[in-house]
Write a protein that binds this ligand. Sequence first.
Ligand SMILES: [Zn+2]
Length: 371
Amino acid sequence: MFANAQTIVQWMEQLAPKSMAVENDRIGLQLGSIRKEVGHVLVALDVTDEVVDEAIRLNAGLIIAHHAIIFRPLAHLQTDTPAGKLYEKLIKHDIAVYISHTNYDVAEGGMNDLMATLLQLTDVKVLETLQHEPLQKLVVFVPDTHAEQVRAAILDAGAGHIGAYSHCSFNVSGVGTFQPQDGTNPFIGHAGKLEEVKEARIETIVPKSIKSRVLQAMFKSHPYEEVAYDLYPVDLEGTAYGLGRVGKLVEPIALQELAERVKSKFDVPHVRVVGDLDRPIRKVAVLGGSGSRYVKHALFHGADVLVTGDIDYHTAHDALAAGLSIIDPGHNAEKMMKADVAARLQALADERGTQTRFHPSTVCTEPFQFL
Ligand SMILES: [Zn+2]
């Protein structure tokens, strides 16, 4: 049995919810149809002609890529331009293209976390916060006999996390009343008769992203046909989400040593380095892709170095003057996403017993050569 492409996209959106993307980013399904089963999926950084040939060779019905193939509204679709030819080839071979870009950068375990993990950073925080996850208060009324069961179900589903504490809830006992109407099948009582039942009021906190999972667990474990519950927004900030990460090295190391570590861990042949190579580095900021805009964020967090791509000449001078070192492994260092995304989707597909295979693209899409 092969997985449906629509289902694969849902898995991808569990890993990197679309709501986490930066405004106006080009993400989601960009080309083709996902209403089909796919035996092979190719995971790529860029969708180039060679990558599409690789997808054709693999008989892949879907490419999941990091960089968009359509950036602005198309004025035409002429198939004698390089871009037009590429779209034509994809459509002719029934290959859909799905993009996960800044949402994957921001997501827990995504590009920026991956970079921080590869460099063995500890005490990792977000470099630029874009949003805090909204929190909601969940209150549910349960007959005393089932209070423990419902409480366990909603807390095990992930409700009730406060800082480093899980399973946080508050519980009071009271009396609930109800009168079943005609046509009901009440768990307690009889149609037309007012009932009084000893009930518990269980309240807890739920991050919006797992709300449906928690509610499902609540409905499943609750004995009543009609569950009485309230869900209301609270003016509290949940987990911070954003671009880049900043963290500490367990032991300070020289800038040169960190540059060597970046080269080997990110699997890049060269890095450009700004700053005194002997300088001890303790705090490291990382950002996948183009990070020229993030010098001030790195300085604000007290980082000694910013590891990011596409640094330009003047930004390098500004950083040097401000005392921030830079290691630039190039934009293509983002290729690390291929193996990560393919492995995590493969695990989800295997768990569900499907035969669909996920392949990290083996095509090198680095446009630069170093002579
Ligand atoms: Zn990028």
